[in-house]
Design a protein around this ligand. Structure first.
Ligand code: BGC
Length: 732
């Protein structure tokens, strides 16, 4: 066995261990050793069937929608199914392990059917396939509120995945952030279903120019430490209105080809055997035509139940599918029609997306092409959120300052995020200190390690014109996995010593800026003592440069929070990452804080700029509309400051006279606009009456209530200067 294979085995085992913890990681490693997970083998031969192109993917320019795959594909699938034996159909429904740089499902050489080659993930292509561009994490990109830009990021990640031979990208992660302590917060787009949905649709449209995207993890997967066993109890209305609308958008508007069933249970059934989630809602109600694959190794728990529920592929190796499934059909326990349905979905996606398991021809750049690096930098610029800026602390004027102390061990680190399945390995990365040094011009930069501070460090901070503390979380504080890995956060505070570090620096230097890194909300007991606070998230491989550009004012910060930052964890619903069963209520995030009238530290949608914007002149295209209509809303936004900038305009809806519990307001539209100084733009937003419906448990359907609705437009969920009203009237 060659050294390369050994290395790959070790990498695979390490990633498995990170994902599953010691015990399961150990089992998975045993499986690897036993040959269940095969880390090296040649890829399947070229397909003789013209319906499965030998090297497409890279050449596909239009996003592929499952809806555009018509009768011709179904006839082709019919013909294939007629030729396939039961064993061949079942074979299409299992993974074959990690082979030659990707998680694979088998090809069928006899019929020329290619296999799937799957790679993570949400911030770039997994390190398991070598080096790739490391983008800011999804939570950072969510702060850009830029769905078109997210489409470009999705396209770049899809292109790199395809260039490495993959045809399925295990992304985006679109689980709602119910609580900021969730270990995988950084992988998703935030706490609001509408916002998560829009960003996810953007990503999927881009990625699916090259590969099949896989929206994960269906569903209600937002606690890490107990994810393999947890049972989430959630009522039907909450499920339909809060935890699923973003998945539905990604299926129906994004045309996603694949959905990954989560590890956890929902209402007493594992997601992989949850008839309600997979068969009734995803496939029947939403009309999903693609395939459902299980999450990895230990997400599948049964043969018959999973088949009935609508699990189409067991990943990454056959345990309950494979021989047991074939046996179940042969003995009459499981109906062949269900196997046919699953195999049909797999074949349909392969045909619709022109899936090939060969490397693309002509070869495309394998890793980090210059335009992807530029995109990663631009994504970081758009993601950074200026949370506080007292008395013009920022930007730091190079002409007026002679020295800056850059404080904190994290300043020296290119902090890219979690080391679980979303880990990406770039060939280089820029730390905040490197970025600041590169852009400092004549300003002298001194790095001061800490915590703790040395006497020399204190003197350097006190003697500098300004101090920039880089603080925050890292892979040891939050991430995928549980028990032996970081998993869920222990609390919402900074790691030990960092609060004291910031307070001490603020006491030593009157011009103190705090740059925070991390995947979700952080509490800030020192906030009143510092001049400026910048949320930089995990900003990707060139994030250090973007941070420096914001600090020096080369870039006007424009990001806004995709989640609420509370003063204290007690302000939020309880996060229980120990109990085997938890109940999720209707409210969380800003909807919870609004309903309980709790003032957040920084609200959902909040972010400042070096310029200022004024909101005027709200117009509604009508005062009344029917339940199937759409309302056009416009608002004028003016840049009243001296610097060009991008503003994120938000529209929330409130409900007046509703018969059911509603959140005080819900985000229903947003737009990002560029404004030169003194420029005014009329920003167009739209509300679909259908998006205001509630799930009626009595009728088992959506109800658009004939009541009055409020429209609230402004720069954040707690600053909505423009107000309007309209009414929905029943169809006559
Ligand atoms: C994660 C998925 C990931 C899969 C394959 C699982 O542990 O939950 O998000 O796609 O591993 O790496």
């Amino acid at each position: 066995m060659g050294g390369g294979r050994g290395l790959l085995e070790r990498t695979t085992a390490a990633v498995i261990r990170r994902s599953f913890g010691d015990v399961l990681g150990g089992l998975a490693t045993l499986a690897l050793a036993a040959g269940l997970v095969v880390p090296a083998a040649p890829v399947a031969a070229e397909s003789p069937d013209p319906a499965f192109p030998a090297s497409p993917g890279g050449a596909l320019l239009e996003p592929i929608s499952m809806w555009s795959c018509g009768d011709a594909v179904e006839r082709r699938v019919d013909a294939l199914l007629r030729q396939m034996t039961l064993a061949e159909k079942v074979e299409q429904m299992t993974g074959s392990g990690f082979i030659d740089g990707a998680w694979r499902t088998p090809a069928n050489a006899r019929l020329g059917i290619p296999g799937f080659a799957m790679l993570d993930g949400p911030r770039g292509v997994s390190l398991m396939a070598g080096r790739a561009t490391s983008f800011p994490v999804a939570m950072a990109r969510a702060a850009s509120w830029d769905t078109e830009f997210e489409e470009r990021v999705g396209e770049a990640i899809g292109a790199e995945a395809r260039a490495k031979g993959a045809n399925v990208l295990l992304a985006p992660t679109v689980n709602l952030l119910r609580h900021p302590r969730w270990g995988r917060a950084q992988e998703t787009y935030g706490e609001d279903t509408y916002h998560v949905g829009r960003m996810g649709v953007g990503f999927v449209r881009g990625a699916q120019r090259h590969v099949v995207a896989s929206a994960k993890h269906h569903a209600v997967n937002s606690i890490e430490d107990t994810r393999l066993v947890l049972d989430v109890i959630v009522d039907e209305r909450t499920l339909r209105e809060v935890y699923l609308p973003h998945f539905r958008m990604i299926v129906q508007e994004g045309g996603v080809g694949s959905v990954m069933a989560a590890y956890n249970q929902v209402n007493g059934q594992y997601c992989t055997e949850n008839v309600h989630l997979l068969r009734q809602i995803l496939k029947d109600d939403w009309g999903f035509l693609g395939f459902v694959e299980s999450d990895w190794f230990v997400a599948t728990h049964s043969t018959e139940l999973s088949l009935i529920a609508g699990l189409d592929i067991e990943m990454p190796v056959p345990v309950y599918y494979g021989d047991p499934l074939r046996g179940a059909v042969e003995s009459g326990v499981s109906p062949l029609t269900l196997v046919d349905d699953a195999a049909r979905r797999v074949l349909r996606v392969k045909l619709c997306f022109g899936v090939s398991d060969a490397l693309p021809e002509p070869p495309t750049p394998r890793e980090q092409p210059a335009e992807h690096l530029e995109l990663a930098l631009e994504a970081a610029r758009r993601s950074i959120v200026l949370l506080q800026n007292e008395g013009g602390t920022l930007p730091l004027d190079r002409a007026a300052l002679s020295s800056i102390a850059v404080v904190g061990d994290l300043a020296m680190t290119a902090n890219l995020g979690d080391l679980g399945s979303s880990v990406v390995e770039p060939s280089f990365a820029v730390s905040p200190l490197e970025g600041i040094r590169a852009l400092a011009g004549a300003v002298s930069i001194t790095w001061v390690p800490g915590p703790p501070l040395t006497p020399e460090g204190r003197a350097a901070i006190a003697g500098a014109d300004a101090a920039v503390v880089v603080a925050g979380l890292g892979p040891e504080d939050e991430g995928e996995g549980g028990s032996s890995d970081s998993g869920d956060r222990l609390d919402l505070g900074l790691p030990e010593g960092q609060d004291d570090l910031i307070s001490t620096v603020a006491g030593l230097n009157r011009r103190t800026v705090v740059v925070l890194e991390g995947g979700s909300a952080i509490t800030m007991p020192w906030v009143a003592d510092v001049g400026a606070v910048v949320m930089a998230w995990y900003p990707g491989q060139i994030g250090g440069q973007a941070i420096a550009e914001v600090l020096f004012g080369d870039i006007n910060p424009s990001g806004k929070l995709p989640l609420s930052f509370p003063w204290d964890e007690d302000d939020l619903p309880v996060f229980d990452n120990i109990a085997p069963r938890v109940t999720y209520g209707f409210l969380h995030g800003y909807r919870w804080l609004d309903a309980k009238r709790i003032e957040p530290l920084f609200p959902f949608g909040f972010g400042q700029s070096y310029t200022a914007y004024a909101y005027t002149n709200l117009t509604l295209s009508r005062e009344e509309m029917g339940p199937n209509d759409r309302l056009q809303v416009t608002a004028n936004v003016t840049n009243t400051g001296r610097m060009a900038g991008d503003e994120i305009v938000q529209l929330y809806v409130s409900y007046h006279g509703s018969r059911v519990q509603r959140a005080p307001k819900d985000l229903r539209a947003f737009a990002r606009v560029h404004l030169e100084p003194s420029e005014t733009r009329s920003v167009a937003l739209e509300i679909a009456a259908g998006d205001l419906a509630y799930w009626d448990v009595k009728t088992g359907g959506w109800q658009v209530e004939p009541i009055e609705y409020g429209v609230h437009v402004g720069p954040s969920s707690r600053d909505l200067p423009l107000q309007g009203r309209f009414r929905i009237v029943p169809v006559k």
